[in-house]
Write a protein that binds this ligand. Structure first.
Ligand code: ASP
Length: 311
């Protein structure tokens, strides 16, 4: 770990702060971030790239059938289809994304292929699926027996009522800074449980669910995607950091922006997570209950996010 005079100039003080650069480092949303970070660390700890780390890290969550909000075992839409959204971004502002993708277990790796093997940023639906098959990804039924049973239970009332912080929405967003000082991020989800068939959330939208600018920092979002998209959430967090905000201050201002744009946030949860160029990190959410996982050379833990309102 090195200590340098920060490149950050705080707006208020107009002075340079001494900041410890913490790298490598990886952070990710929710407690499913703990095992995902462990895999990411196997790459980062050996001097690997942040891009490889975030891809391999979130694949763990995607392939976990017991996780009802990402990849295999994700809760279906109201018609019984598991539809996945994911995106990835590197330190050169290169990015790839897939939306409304079905029957492919690891959408994050398809997103990376979109980034690396095509001139495009985003593929959706049947086209994204065909592309994945062409690239050799196997077709797989992602609706597990447990998720099917829960959906059949839900069908009895068919009432769409998002409840904050429980498993009808969650996402893994992961941000990493590698030993070369390069940032990357990944975001992947099955989206809101029992959503309208065709609904796409913030998670595959560059600038909403995820944004990385290697000059400044990276951010990702979780919670109600519609609210995140309305303020271009992750891009806003990065721009706030560019203006001198700490990662936590930036996440807090983005949360406040969402609160200001809604008449009520009683049943609304959004959480932002951010990592800056110096390895400083922070988060903020509308309500309590959001947490994130941190992994560095000497720390591995789950941290409760600060929040605006207590439930
Ligand atoms: N943001 C995701 C979506 O709206 C879900 C979540 O993070 O809970 O699809």
């Amino acid at each position: 770990m090195t200590i340098i005079s920060s490149a950050f100039k705080t707006k208020k003080l107009e002075t340079y702060r001494d900041i410890k650069i913490e790298k490598p480092i990886v952070i990710s949303t929710w407690n499913h971030g703990l095992p995902a970070n462990k895999t990411a660390w196997e790459i980062l700890g050996k001097g690997g790239t942040s891009l490889d780390a975030v891809e391999q890290g979130v694949r763990i969550t995607e392939s976990d059938p017991t996780n009802g909000s990402v990849g295999l075992g994700g809760r279906p839409d109201r018609d019984g289809f598991v539809t996945l959204d994911a995106c990835i971004m590197n330190h050169k502002n290169q990015c790839g994304s897939v939306a409304f993708l079905q029957n492919i277990e690891n959408p994050i790796s398809v997103a990376r292929k979109v980034m690396e093997d095509t001139p495009h940023v985003m593929l959706a639906g049947e086209g994204a699926y065909q592309f994945a098959i062409e690239k050799g990804f196997p077709k797989k039924n992602l609706l597990t027996d447990g998720a099917k049973k829960d959906w059949e239970e839900w069908l009895k009332k068919s009432k769409y009522q998002p409840v904050i912080n429980i498993e009808n929405h969650d996402t893994i967003g992961m941000l990493a800074l590698d030993s070369l000082g390069n940032l990357a991020g990944a975001c992947t989800t099955s989206g809101l449980a029992y959503k309208i068939h065709g609904r796409v959330g913030d998670s595959p939208i560059i600038g909403a669910g995820l944004f990385v600018d290697n000059e400044v920092g990276a951010a990702c979002a979780t919670g109600l995607g519609e609210a995140v998209m309305r303020i271009a959430g992750s891009s806003a967090v990065v721009e706030l950091m560019r203006s001198g905000a700490t990662p936590e201050e930036a996440c807090k201002e983005a949360v406040d922006r969402i609160i200001r744009k809604h008449d009520s946030v009683e049943n609304l949860q959004v959480g932002f997570l951010a990592l800056d160029k110096n390895g400083q990190y922070g988060s903020y959410s509308i309500h309590n209950g959001f947490n994130f996982a941190l992994h560095t050379s000497n720390k591995e833990k789950l941290i409760d996010s600060k929040y605006r309102h207590k439930q």
